[in-house]
Design a protein around this ligand. Structure first.
Ligand code: ADP
Ligand code: MG
Length: 310
């Protein structure tokens, strides 16, 4: 176990920001903290980074309790904060040099690690430029470069794709996968469930300072639904087929929306072939057929009654 968080409590005055947060992370995982704004993600990250004190519970990193501002712990951590932390009037290279020294890197090793980080984040040809002139995405990539210089065991990224261009976003998601393949464990926070689904091996859904569910995406989805939705586009509108499909026992709902037949029912491989048979019996041509699996959004909606982005 690389990180264990048990019954973590944090108050801001009277406000309970973290209300018994529990999760653990094993080496090699890309662990996602998914939750809407205000859920407590940044507060959690800030405690893990040793920047904020907590009011109760336990946080163990590599088997040792995290205390505030402990350098020993920080050596094994790479933090990419939600708010970009760079020196605007130092060049990209000088920023990396500063952060590298902070982590105790010097001389040839420091120079090698800076080149490696610039290469990794695609910023080599920007090394002499000032972040002042960078796009949001480039600043974020430079911040990532600063966080990986010392080859930390655990890399924590707090909403690194908010407000950046799609190209930088893809670059960042791909680099997270690559860092993970190279041996780093990752914590990734986001309120974008698509990103979390794409890269995370395990996920904790947080809301109002609590972990409301955790597991692999398959486990989370099976929490809310053993149903799936079929959307079948037909060459023409047809209402008799609706009644026929409803006679299939595992089908709960069937409606015609324009020329789209929408069918909701228990997951059952035979449903598709039964429906296709009914359609061909009526000589109805199928233009397309899609199976829509439940999303993490629907998990959140079912558990909280709210959407992730309201
Ligand atoms: N320094 C602070 N003082 C008072 N309240 C805070 C402070 N930081 C965060 N909060 C509150 O704690 C809750 C969790 O915030 P945060 O951890 O930033 O959530 P997230 O990162 O998931 O959006 C929010 O309601 C926020 O307003
Ligand atoms: Mg936040």
């Amino acid at each position: 176990m690389i990180l264990e968080v048990k019954n973590l409590i944090k108050r801001y005055g009277d406000f309970l920001a973290l209300d018994h947060i529990n999760f653990h992370i094993k080496e090699g995982e890309i662990f996602g903290l998914l939750g809407p704004n205000g859920a407590g993600k940044t507060t959690t990250i800030s405690i893990l980074s040793g920047l904020t004190m907590y009011d109760g519970g336990e946080v163990e990193f590599l088997g040792k309790e995290i205390k505030r501002n402990e350098m020993e712990v920080k050596q094994e951590l790479g933090i990419v904060p939600q708010d970009i932390a760079l020196f605007e009037d130092l060049t990209a290279h000088e920023n990396l040099d500063y952060f590298g020294r902070l982590y105790g890197l010097r001389g040839k090793l420091l120079r090698e690690r800076i080149d490696e980080a610039l290469e990794f984040t695609g910023l080599m040809d920007k090394r002499k430029d000032f972040p002042k002139g960078f796009s949001g995405g480039m600043k974020r990539r430079l911040n990532i470069a600063c966080a990986i210089l010392h080859h930390p065991k655990l890399i924590i990224m707090d909403e690194p794709t908010v407000g950046i261009d799609p190209q930088s976003r893809n670059h960042i998601l791909q680099s997270i996968k690559k860092l993970n393949e190279m041996g780093s464990t990752i914590i990734y926070t986001s309120h974008y469930m698509e990103e979390i689904e794409e890269i995370c091996t395990r996920i904790a859904i947080v809301d109002q300072g609590r972990v409301i569910a955790q597991g692999t995406k398959e486990e989370l989805k099976s929490l809310v639904s053993d149903e799936e939705k079929l959307v079948i586009e037909l060459e023409a509108v047809n209402y008799t087929i609706v009644e026929n499909v409803k006679t299939i026992s595992s089908i709960r709902e069937c409606v015609m929306k324009g020329n789209r037949l929408e069918v909701i029912g228990k997951k059952d491989e035979q449903n598709v072939s039964k429906i296709i048979k009914l359609l061909s019996d009526e000589n109805i041509e199928i233009l397309s057929l899609n199976v829509e699996k439940p999303s993490l959004e629907s998990v959140f909606l079912t558990l909280t009654g709210r959407t992730l982005r309201d």
